[in-house]
Design a protein around this ligand. Sequence first.
Ligand SMILES: Cc1ncc(COP(=O)(O)O)c(C=O)c1O
Length: 428
Amino acid sequence: MNRTGFSEHTKAHLTRLLEGLIFLRRNVGIKDKELAMAKNAELVELTNKYLIENYGRLPVAMVRGSGAKIWDADGKKYLDFFAGFGAGGVTGHCHPAVVSAVKAQADELLCCGNLFTNAPQVELARRITENAFGGKVFFCHSGAEANEAAIKLVRLAAGTGRYKIISFNDCFHGRTMGSLSLTPESFQKGFEPMLPGNVMVDYGDLDAVAEAVDDETAGVFVEPIQAEGGMNEPTVEFMQSLRAMCDEKNLLLVCDEVWTAPARTGKWFAHQHYGITPDIMTVAKAIGGGLPVAACVAGPKYADVLVPGTHGCTLGGNPLCAAAGAATMKLIEDENLLDRAEKLGGQIIKTIQEAKIPALRQVRGKGVMFGLQFDPAREAKPIMLACMDRGLLVCVAKNNVLRLAPPLTITEAELTAGMEILIDVLKR
Ligand SMILES: Cc1ncc(COP(=O)(O)O)c(C=O)c1O
């Protein structure tokens, strides 16, 4: 007998039974049974052997997620305020409503090709446009791809001779050649030449935008909050003046909402905080509830610019991913997650302010998407690693900026537990 009250024999039996159940659960859909049971070290070794190391991965393999929690292959549980760079989403891991929509769709139809339409993509497009600014949607799989579609749409709408796009320092629009051309030089090194004529100016500097515009300028790309660039927020005045300038100079205004939508900032789409309507909006990451869904949304004036033969994406809007997206949007509405984002965000700010953390310079963000900026000497990466050690995932947004993005479905108790770990780490 031991402290559990079970004999060693019974304990061994129960352990084997439990392992068998975990095995069965993890084995579903994975061909290599041994791989399904592998621990962190083994999976990391195989990752290093078979996957290109373009991410600088941490030595951990994730195997299961539920709501705000995620487990690694060694069985360690984390509270997830990292959200897979935002794509893990606003609805949390494996939300039952999303999972059941995916399962139901998987039994019906996975793919039909865009020569035909399908109900889930119609439903998702309806929910996006009705909650944004009308118009029509083009579906693809990633933020970069959605921005590629937007770049082409801008060029086509602007007409011959106008091709230049203005974007902002510290922005991030993606890694494909077009979206990379709008993203700072530090990401472009080695891949030059970029698309010609693009100009980057300081975020918030309207005079610099005005100076950059010439007869060949077609549009402006702006993030309503610069997520990868350090969680930078523009002023309402800047966004409204930018909108007015685009109208005056006949430029298309594109809002890249790949990080900020849907609902993460407490509005369906973050541009709604500034009382403006873009001509085009791009969304991706969280909108698929964990599956790859992205969209380029063209407002009514530009909804029919892309015609057959101008653009495409073979699997874009496939029924399976679109069903996940439609279920995610429905969930946000049904569970009133916009209000919940406001409420949770208020709690996070209050906790941070009351903690009086040394070296914390500023807290930025809206809804449940925050950047904590520290003194330059206090780097965010060691904080991220210390939190991870304690079972909390957070992310670095820039050298000394830490990003928090818990799901909107997180429970109050989980939020409190996560914030306690964070504050404790920050005070050490
Ligand atoms: C604002 C923004 N746009 C575009 C992208 C690119 O998205 P993806 O990695 O899905 O191509 C990102 C990625 O972080 C992003 O933050």
